[in-house]
Design a protein around this ligand. Structure first.
Ligand code: ADP
Length: 388
């Protein structure tokens, strides 16, 4: 694993003397999903602002790809392109009169030609599912749409690392899940993601690594199971336990379930409560890559294959399903929901873009290895139905 961001003895005090960071030493690996958790005032936002050079350390240093960060104008421009920051409140980030101008702001400032800016903006808006919104004023959009525009503005600069301060705050559950799913897709494409959140359930199930901050310092870092497995630490940090951890503690306390570590998701919880039976008929999961597919090809695939449940992952698959007039049973948490249905013997199909196919395959395979329940996954290349 390659270290992408590192802090050494990082300290920061605001102008009024408030010491927001005290001797923070962490290193973050490339391609990881990292969640910063902690109570209000723990220093999460300050640390994030350090990562892309908006704040400059009072002491210590921030290191990006092995090189200490410099704070001259050219270095800052470069770091802000490579380490993109999405603010908690989208209204702090969106200021241009139209969505296009907002997303174009970064690439224009990088000196790209008008043609290149237009291409990058088009790509970014398509990625976040907002093609066609170019001329709309950002302040007329919904909270979820504003967040997508803010993400598109960062994506248009092709960052390596994306930092999102409380990405789901003030969003309804469906918008939150869609944003988190988009972050998963970006992560599958190789981007390193760092979020801060108060939502312990979200941090627990989403992050590869959780960093718990308290009073300007790192109190603990590790997997969600490691960090949230320490009830006292969590309580001291004025957080609550993720529901799955609390449930697991109750179940093991009552002797209903036994396991070395709490379940990370509903799938693992179900396995904990209902161990593998001798004979089980499992359903199959079809994964359909919709890249370049036309509506009629997708409709033809769905007519030919008998499935009980359909899911769509990623904005292009969801909008294609909508254009085909196919109603989707699952639009978030799709892989695990399909695995749960396959465990009940039902066949499912997941429509997705090519970049996600391997990610889905890996998740299904990993589940099979962990649980001993091998679910067949078949990859379909839209029109040709070629088996992978
Ligand atoms: P978190 O994101 O974990 O809520 P912050 O990084 O926002 O924490 O805040 C860390 C500490 O710095 C808190 O004590 C907060 O009051 C203080 N702080 C944050 N921003 C400012 C500011 N602009 N001026 C003075 N103090 C600040």
């Amino acid at each position: 694993m390659t270290t992408i961001l590192e802090t050494r003895s990082l300290c920061y005090s605001y102008g009024d003397g408030t010491q927001a960071l005290r001797d923070v030493c962490i290193s973050l690996e490339q391609g990881r999903k990292v969640a910063l958790v902690g109570p209000n005032g723990a220093g999460k936002s300050t640390l994030m602002l350090m990562f892309n050079g908006i704040l400059r350390p009072s002491n210590g240093e921030v290191i990006f790809r092995g090189r200490p960060m410099s704070y001259d104008a050219a270095s800052l421009r470069s770091i802000r392109r490579t380490v993109g920051m999405v603010f908690q409140n989208s209204d702090d980030q969106l200021f241009a009169p139209t969505v296009f101008q907002d997303v174009a702001f970064g690439p224009t400032n990088l000196g790209y030609s008008a043609e290149k800016v237009s291409r990058y903006v088009g790509f970014a808006l398509q990625y976040v599912g907002l093609s066609g919104y170019e001329r709309r004023p950002p302040h007329h959009l919904s909270g979820g749409e504003k967040k997508r525009v803010a993400i598109a503005g960062i994506l248009a600069m092709e960052p390596e690392v994306m930092i999102l301060d409380e990405p789901t705050s003030n969003l309804d559950p469906a918008s939150s899940e869609e944003i988190m799913e988009m972050l998963d897709e970006l992560n599958s494409g190789g981007k390193t993601l760092i979020i801060s959140t108060h939502d312990v359930d979200l941090a627990y199930r989403w992050a590869d690594e959780v960093i718990l901050m308290k009073e300007g310092s790192v109190a603990r870092r590790g997997t969600g199971q490691e960090v949230f497995g320490d009830s006292r630490l969590v309580k001291d940090a004025r957080l609550k336990l993720p529901l799955l951890v609390e449930l697991y503690q109750e179940l093991t306390g009552r002797g209903i379930a036994q396991r070395s570590a709490p379940p990370r998701n509903i799938l693992e919880l179900c396995d904990l409560l209902q161990p593998k039976a001798e004979t089980e008929t499992l359903g199959r999961i079809y994964i359909c890559n919709v890249d370049g597919a036309e509506e009629k090809q997708i409709s033809a695939v769905l007519e030919r294959i008998s499935v009980s449940f359909k899911g769509a992952m990623g904005t292009s698959a969801k909008s294609l399903a909508e254009r085909c007039g196919i109603s989707m049973d699952f639009t978030y948490g799709v892989i695990d929901k399909c695995i749960l249905k396959a465990l009940l013997g039902k066949n499912c199909i997941i429509l997705t873009s090519g970049g996600m196919v391997d990610h889905i395959m890996k998740r299904i395979k990993a589940y099979g290895q962990e649980s001993g329940r091998r679910i067949e996954a078949t990859c379909l290349c839209h029109g040709t139905e070629k088996l992978k």
